[in-house]
Design a protein around this ligand. Structure first.
Ligand SMILES: *[C@@H]1O[C@H](CO)[C@@H](O)[C@H](O)[C@H]1NC(C)=O
Ligand SMILES: *[C@@H]1O[C@H](CO)[C@@H](O)[C@H](O)[C@H]1NC(C)=O
Ligand SMILES: *[C@@H]1O[C@H](CO)[C@@H](O)[C@H](O)[C@H]1NC(C)=O
Ligand SMILES: *[C@@H]1O[C@H](CO)[C@@H](O)[C@H](O)[C@H]1NC(C)=O
Length: 678
């Protein structure tokens, strides 16, 4: 399922029929192919319509001929020339079918318009091939009528002047003038833009959005660098149109295909463990864990040459693109209509400002800027519906690129969004909060957010947001803000921060829980926040969570991460011990299938031993079920975990040696081979 690459638009991967194919098979395959082709007359042709219709008539006539010869004996005993001609037709009709498919693809209208010249050339070359094939076709055994018909067809193929149709040309000129205006940083003439959209039948928000998605996909997969400029310009223009021309968002809610395998996948499996974003360029380390390339590179650059999940040392040069996961993610996102930030392979960086050089980037950037200015105005002055639409557009824009985010922040959108998360309109609030979430990945946004008093407002949404989604986005935003040391302090100083996040852990949806847990973990990177979390009662809450057996593995891991961070301080360790954490940790380490959970358990046990003294060690020593997991970590754990596990084993061993003689307690059984080592 990893190599199902769909055909790219305007490529024509036709295959010549193999020589050993029987003539009868060849003819019936040709008939099927021709029937498919003629069925395109039922579809809407957006551009090059006349040329395509002429071609369809031609194929219709050839189909008559094919049916005729299937009846006769030419197929039973065909001449060499006949076979040659039929093979050639088969080859060229495959190309024709692809071409017609492209001309009728609803998402690629504007792109196909700009490719009109190429489309005409392709039709011309198809006509030429047809006339060559018909030239060698022996007509002697045919009836008079068929001879006449084929003569006509040949003539038509030979004489047809395939040109870019004047009606297409006129619209192309409008499109060019609009793009030229953008290049001069002028707003596109609304009349011209409207004519282009009308001609192509792009009459709704969702149709416009489909064009954008198509262009975005094309940018990600094109191998022709020279196409990038125009692709970006068109995408910029279409985004401008989506934001300014269509005032109603008409998302079509019908799922694309019901039983496609991707509908069973869980989006959380595609998230990078570091950034929590859907991975755009997944890479796998030697430890077998997969991260998004940009996240892991950042991690390496900051001097951590380890696998974040296992703590194992890794060679930062030895990361392998995970094409399989990337393909699945791509399909999933396509299926779900999610646009992913980054592209595979060659064009690593999709940021418009960085990818496109030369004048065409100017048009794309200008289009985005103007769209953003338009939206910034609507956010403040629009009526409720317009505000809602504008927050939705801002949310979409904030997803896709660094350039968009920078534009939005520069246009002052952040403070407008902060106003909008306070309104009592659940849709506006949710969209505004989602936009802030994605904008807060951008360092400048964090600063603006904090300086505009955004923290209180975001906490308010986290606590009392109208929809659970808004509360979840608020927790996510707090997580991003907590990645900055200074803000960990600021957030921690607001009394309700940690209690609000804890309430989300207790009462939120799965995503809410996850966001809140990682936000708390982020805050705990700042030692001053430890006692605040303890005072808020985080320890009993987490222990209770761990005790209830139906928690999903992710929460278990995150909870243990928080507890093992807190256990580093004596106060934390004491609070944890007094909640009966020892038994819970032993339960988890013995039953979990997650290595990271087991590793956090060891860290936690070690910290409890160090801070809790002999009483703790005694409990552990007396429990033989601990040893199995400890020894297995010695062999398969990350370097960090190995160290912790061996320290813990040493402590238990020393305790055992010291007291074994003086107590009647059954000594712990240490396998021989390990006793030598430690
Ligand atoms: C590197 O690892 C250390 C210790 O695990 C951690 O404190 C630090 O935040 C990491 N650096 C980055 C950029 O994540
Ligand atoms: C934020 O952007 C990412 C892509 O960069 C997207 O997958 C995610 O859904 C966005 N979040 C929200 C809340 O819109
Ligand atoms: C959880 O939600 C319920 C209602 O949905 C509420 O009654 C309860 O107080 C909430 N719990 C916490 C800890 O806020
Ligand atoms: C060891 O710990 C496990 C898990 O908590 C528990 O089920 C078992 O009873 C304990 N054994 C002893 C001897 O305490």
């Amino acid at each position: 399922m990893c190599d199902a690459n769909p055909r790219r638009i305007l490529t024509f991967p036709a295959i010549r029929p193999c020589e050993s194919v029987s003539p009868a098979t060849l003819v019936s395959s040709l008939i099927t192919l021709c029937s498919t082709i003629t069925s395109y007359k039922l579809k809407h042709l957006y551009t090059n319509a006349k040329t395509a219709r002429d071609t369809l008539r031609l194929v219709q006539n050839i189909l008559v001929f094919l049916h005729e010869i299937r009846q006769g004996d030419q197929v039973v005993n065909p001449s060499c020339a006949m076979i040659l001609a039929l093979s050639e037709l088969h080859f060229v009709f495959q190309k024709l079918r692809f071409l017609l498919e492209d001309c009728t693809t609803p998402d690629a209208r504007v792109w196909m318009l700009t490719r009109s010249e190429k489309v005409s050339n392709q039709f011309r070359s198809i006509y030429r091939s047809i006339s060559v094939a018909l030239d060698v076709l022996p007509l002697t055994q045919l009836s008079i009528e068929l001879k006449e018909l084929m003569g006509l067809v040949k003539n038509q193929a030979l004489k047809s002047k395939v040109i870019v149709r004047p009606e297409d040309k006129r619209i192309l000129d409008h499109l060019r003038s609009v793009l030229d205006q953008l290049e001069l940083q002028m707003a596109p003439d609304p009349e011209h833009l409207k004519r282009v959209l009308d001609y192509l039948g792009i009459s709704s928000w969702s149709e416009c959005n489909k064009e954008i998605k198509f262009l975005d996909n094309e940018i990600a997969s094109t191998t022709k660098k020279s196409d990038l400029g125009i692709l970006y310009s068109l995408m910029g223009l279409m985004i401008y149109a989506r934001c300014t021309v269509f005032s109603v968002v008409d998302c079509d809610k019908t799922p694309i295909s019901g039983n496609h395998f991707v509908s069973y996948l869980n989006v959380d499996d595609f998230r990078c463990p570091i950034s929590l974003e859907i991975m755009s360029d997944p890479v796998t380390l030697t430890t077998g864990h997969t991260y998004d390339r940009s996240s892991i590179q950042k991690w390496f650059r900051s001097g951590n040459l380890t696998c974040p999940k296992t703590g194992q040392k890794v060679d930062s040069g030895n990361v392998v693109s995970n094409l399989c996961i990337r393909n699945i993610i791509k399909k999933y996102c396509l299926h779900k209509g999610i646009s992913i930030a980054g592209p595979p392979g060659g064009n690593q960086n999709r940021d418009i400002a960085q990818t496109v050089t030369g004048s065409s980037s100017v048009a794309a950037e200008a289009a985005i800027r103007m769209a953003v200015d338009f939206l910034a105005d609507r956010l403040v002055f629009g009526k409720s519906e317009a505000k809602h639409k504008a927050t939705y557009e801002v949310r979409l824009l904030s997803k896709s690129s660094v350039f968009n985010r920078a534009c939005l922040v520069e246009a002052g959108v952040v403070s407008s969004l902060l106003d909008l998360i306070c309104v009592r309109n659940s849709k506006i609030q949710e969209n505004a909060m989602a936009a802030l979430l994605n904008l807060s990945k951008y360092p400048k946004t964090k600063k603006v957010l904090v300086e505009n008093g955004g923290l209180e407002l975001i906490l308010e949404v986290a606590q009392n947001g109208l929809k659970m989604e808004a509360r979840q986005h608020a927790a996510g935003t707090l997580f991003y803000l907590a990645s900055v040391d200074e803000y960990r302090d600021v957030i921690g100083k607001i009394p309700r921060s940690i209690p609000v996040l804890m309430e989300l852990v207790l009462n939120g949806t799965e995503r809410c829980k996850k966001n809140a847990l990682v936000a708390i973990l982020g805050l705990l990177m700042y030692p001053e926040n430890h006692w605040k979390a303890l005072a808020a009662g985080i320890v009993p809450m987490l222990i209770d969570m761990l005790k209830s057996s139906h928690q999903c593995e992710d929460f278990v891991t995150d909870s243990l991460a928080i507890l093992s961070t807190l256990a580093n301080n004596r106060d934390g360790a004491m609070a944890i011990l007094s909640c009966g954490a020892l038994q819970v940790t032993l339960d988890v380490i013995g039953s979990t299938s997650s290595k990271s959970s087991r590793e956090y358990c060891v860290t936690l046990l070690l910290a409890m031993c160090r801070n809790g003294g002999a009483d703790v060690v005694r409990v552990l020593v007396s429990n033989s079920s601990l040893m199995g997991p400890l020894y297995s970590l010695l062999t398969d754990g990350g370097s960090h975990a190995r160290k912790k596990a061996s320290s813990l084993i040493r402590i238990l061993h020393e305790f055992n040696e010291k007291f074994a003689s003086s107590t009647t307690r059954r000594p712990v059984h240490f396998p021989e081979q390990f006793v030598d080592v430690w």
